[in-house]
Design a protein around this ligand. Structure first.
Ligand code: G
Ligand code: MN
Length: 439
C-alpha cells in the first residue's frame, strides 16, 4: 500500500539498480546550472533520511524489513516534493532533487514543510521510531563547481544539517575545499610513498629524569606535499588509515627509523628509538614477522625499539591487539600508549593491554602548572603506573616548572620543547653531541 505505482516514489522504490539514479540527477544539476533564470531560484536538495550510525542502530534493533518500511514511509512523507520534480537516489538512504521556486517565500515554505515532516517520528507497525534526517542545500544559481562536486557538497551539508538544531544546512564551500584536500591527500599518498622524498622523519630527545641524559629519541613523521605544503600526521594519518596504505606507511617509517638508528649506533650513539604505529598495524597477521626481519636487516636488538600507539584510537579487535602486543613484548620490543589521559578509556587500556610505558599527553602535562587538581591526577597516574611496573614518559614539557614537578613525582622520562624541538637526523645528532659532549 505504500508503493503507489504511478508516483515518483514508486519509481524510486522499484529501481533496483538504484545508483543509476545518480547520473540522471547529475545531468539535471548541469542543466540547472546552465539555466539563465531572470527570476526565481534553483536549489539542489539532498535529504539524508538517517545517518549511517542511526541506520545501523535501526537495522540491529528492528531488522531490515522494518527499515525498508521506514524508508517507504519517509518517501511517502516527502511526496509533496517528489510529485513536483523527480527525486533521485544518491546514496543508500539519501535522495536528491533539483528544486525550482518562483521566489524566496515559496522556497522557504517548502523547506519548512520538509523539515517539519522529517522531524516527526515515524510510526511503523505501531512503534514510533526516531530517525535523524538531515537536509543539505546548495544554491545552484550561486555555484560554479562541477555537478559531482556540488552533489558531494550538498551531501556533506546534509550530514551537518542532521547534527544541527535546524535540521538542515546550506552547502559550505569550505567543506568542499576540506573534502577536496582530504581527497587529494588520499589520492596522492601511494605515489608519494613510492617515489618522491615527500615523507621525512624528525627526531626529538627523550631525557631520563634520573640521570638528566638523553638515552632515546622519539620519531615524528612529516609529509611535504608538492602542492599543499607541509601536512601534519594529525591530518593525514586518519585519512591513510581509511585506505589500505597504513601498512606501507608504517613499513616506510620503521625501515627509515631503524636505518637511521643503525647509522647512529655505528657512530657510537647507543640510543633507543620510539616509533608510532597505527593500531591498525597490530591487526596485520605478519606484522611481528616483518618487524623481526627489519630489525635483523638493520642489526638492531629489539630492546632498542619502542612502538607507540595512540589511546585515541578504538580497537576493533581487543583480543587480537592483546595477543599482538604480547608477541612484541616477548620479542623484547617495548610498547607504549601515546596521548595517555586524553581518552575516556585510559584506565581500562592500562589494565587490559600489556604495555611497558605510558606517555602522558602534552595537554595533561601543560595543565599541571596552575591547577592543583590536575597535579594530583598526574601524580597519582605516575604512582599507579609504577605500581603496575609501567614507566612514564611526559610529553610536551615546555618549561622548568613542569619539569620540576615531574621530577618530584618521579616521572621517568621527559620530552618537549624545553629539551629540543623535533628535528631532522643531522640536526638532531649535532644538537646531541653539543648538549652531551661525552656521548
Ligand atoms: O601526541 P603526539 O605525540 O602525536 O604529538 C606530537 C606533536 O607534538 C608533534 O607534532 C611534535 O612536534 C609536537 N611537540 C613535541 N614537543 C612539544 C612541546 O613541548 N610542546 C608542544 N606544544 N608540542 C610539542
Ligand atoms: Mn604523543
Amino acid at each position: 500500500m505504500l508503493l503507489r505505482e504511478q508516483s515518483g516514489v514508486a519509481a524510486f522504490m522499484t529501481s533496483s539498480a538504484s545508483l543509476q539514479d545518480r547520473p540522471l540527477l547529475l545531468r539535471e544539476i548541469n542543466l540547472a546550472c546552465q539555466e539563465k533564470r531572470p527570476v526565481g531560484q534553483v536549489f539542489l536538495v539532498v535529504i539524508n533520511m538517517a545517518d549511517t550510525n542511526n541506520y545501523d542502530e535501526i537495522i540491529s534493533i528492528f531488522g531490515y524489513k522494518l527499515a525498508d518500511d521506514l524508508l517507504n514511509i519517509r518517501l511517502a512523507d516527502i511526496e509533496f516534493l517528489s510529485a513536483r520534480q523527480p527525486t533521485y537516489r544518491v546514496g543508500f538512504w539519501s535522495v536528491g532533487l533539483v528544486f525550482r521556486a518562483q521566489n524566496t517565500p515559496e522556497y522557504q515554505a517548502a523547506l519548512e514543510k520538509l523539515i517539519r515532516v522529517l522531524a516527526k517520528p515515524v510510526i511503523c507497525r505501531g512503534i514510533p521510531v526516531g530517525i535523524r534526517a538531515g537536509v543539505g542545500i546548495c544554491d545552484l544559481m550561486k555555484s560554479t563547481g562541477a555537478a559531482e562536486d556540488l552533489l558531494q557538497a550538498a551531501y556533506l551539508a546534509g550530514q551537518v544539517g542532521a547534527k544541527s538544531a535546524a535540521g538542515w544546512a546550506e552547502c559550505n564551500y569550505d567543506l568542499t575545499t576540506g573534502h577536496q584536500r582530504a581527497f587529494t591527500l588520499i589520492a596522492d599518498a601511494e605515489n608519494s610513498l613510492a617515489t618522491a622524498h615527500e615523507f621525512s622523519l624528525r627526531y626529538q630527545a627523550r631525557i631520563d629524569l634520573k640521570t638528566g641524559r638523553a638515552n632515546a629519541v622519539e620519531t615524528f613523521l612529516r609529509w611535504r606535499h608538492p602542492t599543499l605544503g607541509m601536512v601534519m600526521p594529525d591530518e593525514f594519518i586518519p585519512l591513510i588509515e581509511m585506505t589500505g596504505l597504513m601498512r606501507e606507511l608504517t613499513n616506510w617509517v620503521l625501515a627509515n627509523a631503524l636505518a637511521q638508528l643503525a647509522s647512529w649506533h655505528s657512530l657510537g650513539f647507543k640510543l633507543r628509538i620510539s616509533v608510532k604505529i597505527s593500531p591498525k598495524n597490530l591487526e596485520e597477521v605478519d606484522f611481528v614477522l616483518r618487524l623481526e626481519e627489519l630489525l635483523k636487516t638493520h642489526g638492531i636488538a629489539p630492546s632498542f625499539l619502542e612502538l607507540e600507539f595512540s589511546e585515541r584510537h578504538k580497537f576493533t579487535d581487543m583480543e587480537l591487539t592483546r595477543t599482538r602486543l604480547r608477541e612484541l613484548r616477548q620479542m623484547g620490543v617495548s610498547v607504549s600508549i601515546d596521548d595517555f589521559g586524553t581518552g575516556i578509556n585510559s584506565l581500562s587500556s592500562l589494565e587490559n593491554l600489556p604495555v611497558s610505558a605510558l606517555k602522558l599527553d602534552r595537554r595533561l602535562v601543560h595543565s599541571v602548572v596552575d591547577n592543583a587538581r590536575q597535579q594530583a591526577l598526574v601524580k597519582a597516574l605516575i604512582h599507579m603506573a609504577h605500581e603496575l611496573d609501567i614507566y612514564v614518559v611526559a610529553e610536551g614539557v615546555e618549561n622548568q616548572a613542569m619539569l620540576e614537578m615531574l621530577l618530584a613525582w618521579r616521572c621517568d622520562f621527559a620530552e618537549g620543547y624545553l629539551i629540543n624541538r623535533p628535528m631532522p637526523a643531522e640536526a638532531f645528532i649535532e644538537w646531541f653531541t653539543h648538549r652531551f659532549p661525552s656521548k
